[in-house]
Design a protein around this ligand. Structure first.
Ligand SMILES: CC(C)(COP(=O)(O)OP(=O)(O)OC[C@H]1O[C@@H](n2cnc3c(N)ncnc32)[C@H](O)[C@@H]1OP(=O)(O)O)[C@@H](O)C(=O)NCCC(=O)NCCS
Length: 179
């Protein structure tokens, strides 16, 4: 059963099903998509992530939703909310996050989905504040964050804890929005 949480003009945002595992693994192996991640994921690691995302839904009732095309029913990637489990000064917090397959970039899909997710999170789910963070030069992602109206919190910028000091992807910028 695909549990649908949200619907936008072009997308359905829903929970994960086994059929998502293959296109998700393909996306996680794509060097373009994973440019700002420390590593690409093999099938096993990608599957473990699906398991983690599904557990998050069970525990919290929300999570990183699969973005599905209303038109073609294709898996496009994920956009959603996730509890920050990193050792960072701004945790505990709920973050908004996204990753789309390359073929779907540049058509406003991430912004469309994220707008709906943000409204849902701050509204219906009554989350008092939502954060977003990314590698400092991930301009595409930062464009989406800024379009959503989150504000940069320069004091919150941080080095990603799970990366060695000085790693080229370590430096992260933090954004926040309150209900
Ligand atoms: C970030 C990502 C989700 C964006 O998806 P998308 O559907 O292309 O995003 P949208 O089309 O809604 O918006 C992208 C915005 O970035 C802008 N943009 C695109 N490429 C850009 C670039 N190289 N530099 C600056 N801005 C750029 C677009 O102009 C657009 O803004 P606009 O609508 O005001 O013109 C997608 O690129 C992705 O999955 N990246 C890999 C995963 C990732 O980095 N996730 C974030 C990790 S924290």
């Amino acid at each position: 059963m695909k549990k649908v949480h949200l619907e936008t003009d072009r997308l359905i945002l829903r929970e994960w099903i086994d059929e998502d595992r293959k296109p998700f693994a393909q996306m996680n192996a794509d060097p373009m998509v994973m440019e700002y991640m420390p590593r690409r994921l093999d099938e096993g690691a990608s599957d473990k992530l699906v398991d983690r995302f599904s557990q998050h839904f069970k525990k919290h009732g929300y999570g990183l939703y699969v973005a599905e095309s209303k038109d073609t029913k294709e898996f496009m990637g994920f956009v959603g909310l996730s509890n920050v489990e990193l050792e960072v000064p701004f945790a505990p917090a709920v973050e908004i996050a996204w990753r789309l397959s390359y073929e779907f970039w540049g058509q406003g899909y991430a912004s469309e989905a994220a707008k709906s997710v943000l409204k849902h999170g701050l509204g219906k789910l009554k989350i008092p504040e939502i954060v977003a963070f990314t590698v400092y030069d991930n301009t595409r992602s930062i464009a989406v964050i800024e379009k959503l109206g989150l504000e940069r919190d320069p004091k919150g910028d941080f080095d990603y804890p799970r990366l060695p000091k000085g790693h080229p992807l370590a430096k992260h910028v933090l954004f926040r929005i309150a209900a």
